[in-house]
Each structure stands twice: as structure tokens, then as C-alpha cells.
Design a protein around this ligand. Structure first.
Ligand code: 9PG
Length: 488
């Protein structure tokens, strides 16, 4: 049906699937395709929102280049919603907006889990879903107000967790997969006394992705490492990618029937990393739920109460499953099962998560690609999902509005000047971004830091800041104005 939205200062003719209802800060529109005729023309800026943690997000002019992963089907499969990406037209996941030359922002965002998509050109802001189960929220006003209103409508429906991670040390951005129980023990011992709450061991402890048991470099078992970490005063944290399996893992070799299948009935390739493809567990299968319960019972019994759950989007991709349900709902049920298994006191940090379906179940979510000790990614120029400090910063500051959904993790910051190509300004910009987003983590081992860098790290990790957003990329942090615009 045709409908004209009346906003303060703007009339927007539209096609909608049913009669919209007015709320205090916008409109609720019934599920089904939406097209809004915006008046901003080719000079409009479009806010593109990526599907998962690593997917590119940001603002771009509708007459300019699209934001997204170009020319790499493998990267697209891993780091965005490959099924719905439109490389040559502006579109994104769940929420989108156009801003006119006068600064007013027209937003449309999904309030449900039907794998919603939003796009725009110089005339139309459109929205549609793979499964029309979700209402939409439409609003017009100041940019920060309409995003805040959308976030509040989302948490009204999906909930919002209130746990706080505190400060985190992660093994990833220093040791990568090269961890052993001795190395972890040494890092934890050196870190004792620093204002760090969580000591999070990352990828490298397991024998193969898919088998969540101690690998050969952890001969004393994972419970022993958790005890060591706790003895030094930290909450033990660990990384897992519980919804995927590499081809050589036990589950993939012994029970391929528990994996999401392709049209040919064989395990579907659902992403690429570790120099390999990998598969997804079919979480609609009761035996997979039992398997996951076993994994999480064991890991929490071992003493880990902060879990970084990675590559989670793979539980929300298309494919054939035991039970046929919309894929984001499949994902949501799987995460709810994990939450029920671990209880409320375990902190769940989502990484590679689909952003909206994770609201209310995850305590925190990564909101950008991996940081790295260099600014631009020289290997994958022009791929905004590639690892690198710039890409991590850009995605994260474009997702600052998501603080209302869960804690938002912009990834680790650096204090080390050695083994690092980032200069002091770039390290400072990452630190400011993390302070603005309110999530402080680093990966620098103490013995990689000079004395003055140790002091700087301790100072920053122990700090808190009162943050006020002054503009799209401008913030007051305590009594300092932080302008991240030059970095975006
Ligand atoms: C461990 C790492 C770290 C890191 C995670 C994740 O887009 N990608 O293909 C892509 C692959 C890996 C990746 C990020 C993105 O790294 O973000 O913090 O935990 O796994 O293997």
C-alpha cells in the first residue's frame, strides 16, 4: 500500500506492506518490503551496516563507491552476508540510513530475525528480508537520535545483557596461534598486578578447530592453565569457535551428517581460514545440541568464565539442516542453548557474530575486523574487512551506536613500540577509540614493553572515561575533545 510518513519537517511517500503505527520516536511498519522515497538525491550519504562483526560498516555518498568486500568470494563468505551482498549497489544488513545535505537522517531498521537487508540510491531507501517475519522501525531526525531510537526498539524485543567484561588481556595480537602452557603461564605471571580483569587465551590451544580439548602444547590440560591464570589474579578467558569444524576435526570426519549440507547433500563450505575451508555444525540437530552442551560444560568446569565465541556467523548461513527454519532464528536458538548451558555468570563475547541476532544473548560483541600492528593492509588493499588498525578503527567508530545493544569491542590496543609499525598517533587513535567504545583490551606481553610503555599501559587499563558524542566521529572524553575524523 502507499503511505506517506509525516515527520517533523519532512514528508516521505512510501510503499509498505501494511499500515504503519506511530510511536514517540518514529514508526513501526509491518513486515514485508518497504520503499521510502527520500528527497536527498545523489548527494545523500548512505549508512551501510555489515552483517557480522568483521563486515564493513560506514557512511558513503550514494553517488560514490559502495562499501563492501570486492572481488573475493571466499572473503565475502567469511566476513559478510554473501547471499545478499550487492557489490555494485549500496546495501547492508538489518539497518540503513540516508542523510541529506541539511543533516537530517532517515533510518529504516529491522526489529526481527529474517535476515533483513537495507539499501539506497539517490531516490529510494529500501528494506526487505529473506523471511518476512520482522517489523521495521522508521525514523527521521538527528543522526544520533534515530540510531539510538532504533537500538532501543531492538533491545525492547531482544533484551539487553548487563554484564561488564572489565579490562582484558588477549594472547592473539602478540603470540597468535603460537601459544603453549609455559608461554601463557609466563605472560600471566608477568601481568600480575596490572589492572587487568580477564586473561583471555585465544586460538592455538586446541588440536584442531572443531575439537575443543587440550592440544599437544597444553600437556597439563586446560583446567591447569585456568588455575595458573586465576592464581595470578585474573578471570580465566578462552577462545572457541564452537559452531564450525575444519575438515580434519573429529566431528567432520566421524559425523558429517551433523554438518550443514549443500544441495548435493555433502557438507557445505561455510567459510575459509587457517589455509582451509570449514563447515558449520547443524544446530537444529539434537545431537549437536548435546555436543555443544558437553563442550560448554567441560570448558566452564575447567574454570573458564569469559568465553570469546568466534566465527559464529557460520551458525546463521543458508544450507540444509535437520529442521528447516529461517537461518537467523536457527542461530538465535543455538546461542540461547549456549546461554542456558553456561548460565548467566559466564561472560560471552561474540566475534564474527551476526550483529542483531546476538542482542540480548551475548554480553559483548566485536564490532570490527582484526586489528594488526600496522595501519593499512598492504596485502588486501581496498578490502575493508582485512586485518589492520585502520579497518578495525573505521568499522568500530561507525558502530558506536551499538553500545546500546551490548558491550562493543573494537579489538585490542597497542602500547608496544617494538614489533609494531604503528606510530604513537596511530596507537593513540586506537586507544581513544577503545576508550570511546568503553571496552579496554590489549595483547602486549609485559616483556615486550619498555618501562615507560608499561606505565602507559597500566595507566590506560586502569582508567575510566566519561564519554559524550559531539559529532559523527567527535567525542568528549573527560575534558578532552577526541576527533577521530582524520582516521576514518
Ligand atoms: C583466531 C582469530 C582471533 C581474532 C578473530 C578471528 O574475515 N576473516 O576471514 C577473518 C578470519 C579470522 C579472523 C577474523 C576475520 O580472526 O577475529 O580476534 O580470535 O580469529 O583465529
Amino acid at each position: 500500500m502507499q503511505f506517506t510518513f509525516e515527520f517533523d519537517g519532512l514528508r516521505v511517500p512510501a510503499n509498505v506492506s501494511g499500515a504503519p503505527r506511530r510511536t514517540a520516536d518514529g514508526w513501526i511498519v509491518p513486515a514485508g518490503p518497504v520503499a521510502l522515497l527520500h528527497p536527498f538525491g545523489a548527494a545523500a550519504e548512505f549508512y551501510r551496516h555489515g552483517w557480522n562483526s568483521w563486515s564493513p560498516s560506514g557512511w558513503t555518498r550514494v553517488d560514490g563507491d559502495t562499501i563492501g568486500i570486492k572481488d573475493s568470494p571466499e572473503r565475502l563468505l567469511t566476513a559478510d552476508d554473501a547471499a545478499n551482498e550487492t557489490p555494485h549497489a549500496h546495501s547492508g544488513s538489518a539497518v540503513g540510513a540516508v542523510t541529506g545535505p541539511d543533516g537530517g537522517t532517515l533510518l529504516v531498521g529491522a526489529l526481527g530475525l529474517g535476515t533483513p537487508r537495507v539499501g539506497a540510491d539517490g531516490n529510494v531507501l529500501w528494506a526487505r528480508s529473506e523471511h518476512d517475519d520482522a517489523e521495521w522501525f522508521v525514523a527521521y531526525g538527528a543522526e544520533q537520535d534515530v540510531f539510538a531510537a532504533y537500538a532501543d526498539r531492538v533491545t525492547e524485543r531482544l533484551g539487553r545483557r548487563s554484564a561488564r567484561a572489565g579490562t582484558v588481556w588477549s594472547s592473539w595480537y602478540s603470540y597468535y596461534e603460537d601459544i603453549t602452557e609455559d608461554r601463557i603461564a609466563r605472560a600471566a605471571a608477568d601481568l600480575e598486578g596490572y589492572p587487568v580483569d580477564v586473561f583471555q587465551m585465544d586460538d592455538g590451544w586446541e588440536p584442531v578447530v572443531g575439537d575443543w580439548t587440550a592440544g599437544p602444547d597444553f600437556p597439563s590440560g586446560m583446567a591447569a592453565t585456568a588455575r595458573t591464570v586465576a592464581r595470578h589474579g585474573f578471570r580465566p578467558g578462552i577462545w572457541l569457535a564452537p559452531l564450525i569444524a575444519l575438515p580434519g576435526s573429529t566431528i567432520a570426519t566421524e559425523r558429517p551428517d551433523l554438518l550443514v549440507a549443500g544441495d548435493d547433500g555433502r557438507p557445505l563450505v561455510t567459510g575459509h581460514n587457517w589455509g582451509s575451508h570449514y563447515h558449520s555444525l547443524d544446530t537444529t540437530h539434537p545431537e549437536v545440541l548435546d555436543h555443544l552442551r558437553g563442550v560448554f560444560d567441560r570448558i566452564t568446569a575447567d574454570g573458564y568464565s569469559y568465553l570469546k565465541l568466534d566465527f559464529m556467523y557460520a551458525g546463521a548461513v543458508g544450507g540444509h539442516r535437520h529442521v528447516d527454519l529461517p537461518r537467523e532464528q536457527v542461530y538465535r536458538r543455538a546461542i540461547e542453548h549456549v546461554r542456558t548451558t553456561v548460565g548467566d555468570d559466564v561472560y560471552l563475547l561474540g566475534c564474527g557474530v551476526p550483529m542483531i541476532p546476538s542482542v540480548g544473548v551475548f554480553d559483548g560483541a566485536r564490532v570490527g575486523p582484526d586489528v594488526a600492528p600496522f595501519w593499512d593492509n598492504a596485502e588486501r588493499v581496498g578490502d575493508p574487512s582485512g586485518e589492520g588498525a585502520r579497518n578495525a578503527l573505521v568499522s568500530s567508530v561507525n558502530r558506536v551506536w551499538m553500545r546500546r545493544l551490548y558491550e562493543v569491542d573494537p579489538d585490542s590496543v597497542y602500547f608496544r613500540s617494538g614489533r609494531n609499525l604503528l606510530g604513537p598517533d596511530e596507537r593513540g587513535a586506537l586507544q581513544d577509540t577503545a576508550a570511546v567504545l568503553g571496552f579496554r583490551s590489549t595483547s602486549d606481553p609485559v616483556d615486550w614493553l619498555r618501562p615507560e610503555e608499561r606505565a602507559e599501559a597500566a595507566d590506560w587499563l586502569g582508567g575510566t572515561a566519561v564519554v559524550e558524542q559531539l559529532g559523527r566521529y567527535v567525542f568528549r572524553v573527560d575534558d578532552r575533545v577526541v576527533d577521530l575524523t582524520p582516521y576514518v
